[in-house]
Design a protein around this ligand. Structure first.
Ligand code: APR
Length: 245
């Protein structure tokens, strides 16, 4: 059918929303959360990733993110073929492509993605709880860190969304989901709301197709029209090539 993607019947100018999770960065050398070797197998969420944990033991929370930030800044950590394929899709596709990531790494932007929403924040940014400044932050952060804008000491935190907090840019994301013709979920286990609910949102639009690209079926796998299972560096470039063919 001319003008349509053959297998999925996606109009070549359909708007696309892509959701990514930790699985897309796994082959770049970053850990996922809920796999057997994932981050939550070694540390408890309630000790490092809640506002209550930060209030109770800020040193511990700062150390957790300092270690992850330093890991991300290691020169061995580079965008992989899946990140690169999504940047290629955005540049070449006829409609809009919005990439919504739960990841707090910077591998999508380093691969060249532009229309990118970090719904869970970014670990290379600091956030001053005194004046609201959000700024680049690559050094270790601690309870004596000083805000470069207001000069207040002890109110800097990493610019990430913790459990119990509202993810960023939800209105923009829901508007994009309401107007998309293709939703692609990549490398996420589907355990964390609201991202895990995006596939249900697009089900309200009968013309929207939903595809899962993941190592294994996710929690919400039955809600998708189609799925490809395997390592992101193989299945994402393959699927992007199909869309662009
Ligand atoms: N290629 C594709 N998928 C992979 C790969 C890979 N190489 N390796 C693992 N996966 C899949 C796993 O099978 C799993 O389904 O990626 C998914 C990762 O799931 P999680 O570890 O739960 O990560 P994610 O879904 O991103 O977590 C969501 O939870 O703790 C929070 O805030 C954190 O943003 C994170 C959120």
């Amino acid at each position: 059918m001319t003008g349509y993607h053959q297998a999925m019947k996606i109009a070549k100018d359909a708007n696309i929303v892509i959701l990514t999770g930790a699985g897309i960065s796994k082959e770049s050398g970053l850990s996922t959360f809920r796999d057997a070797d994932g981050i939550w197998a070694t540390v408890r969420i309630e000790d490092v990733a809640t506002p209550e944990a930060f209030a109770r033991d800020p040193d511990r929370v700062h150390d957790f993110y300092n270690e992850r930030r330093a890991g991300l800044l290691d020169s061995k950590i580079q965008p992989n073929a899946a990140h690169e394929a999504l940047a290629r899709l955005e540049a070449a596709w006829g409609g809009s492509v919005m990439l919504v990531t739960q990841n707090i790494d910077n591998l999508h932007e380093r691969a060249g993605s532009k229309n990118l929403v970090h719904m869970h924040g970014e670990m290379l940014k600091g956030w001053c709880q005194a004046c609201g400044l959000v700024c680049e932050w690559v050094e270790a952060m601690d309870i004596n860190s000083v805000c470069p804008h207001c000069g207040v000491t002890g109110h800097m935190r990493v610019h990430v969304v913790w459990f119990g907090e509202m993810p960023f840019e939800m209105n923009r994301i829901y508007a994009a989901l309401a107007g998309c013709g293709l939703f692609i979920s990549i490398g996420t286990s589907g355990n964390v709301y609201p991202a895990s609910g995006f596939v249900s949102e697009v089900r309200h639009n009968s013309s929207c197709r939903a595809v899962e690209l993941n190592l294994e079926p996710s929690e919400g796998a039955q809600l998708f029209d189609d799925a490809r299972h395997g390592p992101a560096t193989e299945i994402v470039p393959g699927f992007v090539a199909e869309l662009l063919s």
